[in-house]
Design a protein around this ligand. Structure first.
Ligand code: DAH
Length: 358
């Protein structure tokens, strides 16, 4: 038994990794190990022999178990030491160029696409208009021919601004779309008019394709004989410039209270291989709502519908950013995760694409 003790303890001492240690453990105190076999023979011994051998075997088993545990801890310490030695960081070293560059930050995809859209529409003669994000419910709804009982007020999951008791000013909301800027621009500038309005909008909604804040770009063109044909040309021109290739569009009859007739616009795409590719294939993807501005809406904006007419459209900026730059989850746009921004962000010097690929 002394021999067994000697060899086992020295093998434990000599072990260089956990696998070796496990081998020694099995050979000594595993089910078929030598100590275990010896213990099984106790039954066949005389009581005197057993009295002497039993405690010795138990003590040996305990000693081996303890030696293995100690060696295991020592091996783990050594591994940690080695890792620390290898991965240590000298915080006094000057930053490498790649890290220095990151301190300059990067342009968020939404800002980039916002700029790209503005540049493309500016090229077609559209000026940028703005409006408040806290909007009266008249501008957000009534003026757009969405009366109080209209279901789309409920559908839009509106955030209402809290009001103090006794405050009887008209209710205000976080604007649910950029369309109220149509009314504000008509009132401020009258006809003729050609504006776009990129901006933040808000709805109480949250899942993989919805965030409580997102971005839209509104378009409005008013003149004496603007038609759906002009709308179609402007949008096709826009998509071709934006995606850098010719993109077919499909106009699908739809309904919006502020346009008549109304159309939803789909762009040509393919869904092969689990990714969406715009401008090829036989599938269609909905990207915006549009139509001819409703006479009531023109009137709300102070424009005579007997003299003027126009088209309007509203499109999701985040949506077309995801499509162009292959970004899968909308929620990540607003997580402020630096690794995401480094991956999808743009350098400040990347100029928006202009028409004709200039
Ligand atoms: N305001 C609509 C929305 O948020 C989008 C829209 C549809 C805007 C049709 C328009 C339009 O200007 O003509 O869902």
């Amino acid at each position: 038994m002394d021999d067994l003790r000697e060899t086992t303890l020295s093998r434990i001492e000599a072990a260089t990794d956990e696998a070796e240690l496990e081998e020694v453990r099995l050979a000594a105190i595993g089910k078929k190990g030598e100590v275990s076999l010896a213990m099984r023979q106790l039954g066949g011994m005389s009581p005197e022999e057993r009295k002497e051998a039993g405690p010795r075997l138990n003590a040996l088993k305990d000693e081996i178990t303890a030696a293995i545990a100690a060696k295991k801890a020592a091996l783990e310490d050594a591994a940690l030491e080695a890792r620390l030695a290898e991965e240590w960081l000298d915080v006094t070293l000057p930053a490498r160029a790649a890290f220095r560059d990151h301190t300059q930050g990067s342009v968020h995809p939404v800002s980039q696409v916002w700029e790209e859209c503005t540049a493309i529409f500016a090229d077609m003669g559209f000026a940028v208009a703005e409006g408040p994000q806290v909007e009266s419910d008249w501008y957000n709804f009534d003026a757009l021919n969405i009366p109080g009982h209209h279901p789309s007020r409920a559908e839009m999951d509106t955030f209402y601004m809290a009001r103090a008791d006794g405050d009887d000013r008209p209710p205000h909301v976080l604007r649910t779309h950029t369309s109220p800027v149509q009314i504000r621009s008509m009132q401020a500038q009258g006809a003729p008019l050609r504006i776009i309005c990129p901006g933040r909008v808000y709805r109480a909604d949250y899942d993989q394709t919805h965030t409580p804040m997102f971005h839209q770009i509104e378009g409005l063109a008013i003149d004496r004989d603007i038609s759906m044909a002009n709308l179609k040309w402007v949008l096709e021109e826009f998509f071709t410039a934006y995606f850098g290739r010719s993109v077919k569009t499909r106009f699908r009859a739809s309904h919006f209270p502020f346009t008549e007739p109304s159309a939803e616009v789909d762009i040509q795409c393919s869904f092969e291989g689990g990714t969406v590719k715009v401008g090829e294939g036989d599938d269609w993807l909905e990207v915006l709502g549009s139509g001819m501005v409703h006479p009531k809406v023109l009137r709300a904006g102070g424009i005579d519908p007997d003299e003027w007419q126009g088209f309007a459209f509203g499109m999701g900026i985040d949506r077309i950013a995801m499509l162009k730059y292959g970004i899968p989850d909308l929620r990540a746009f607003f997580d402020s995760d630096l690794r995401w921004l480094r991956h999808y962000g743009f350098s400040g010097l990347q100029v928006p694409t202009l028409r004709g690929g200039v």
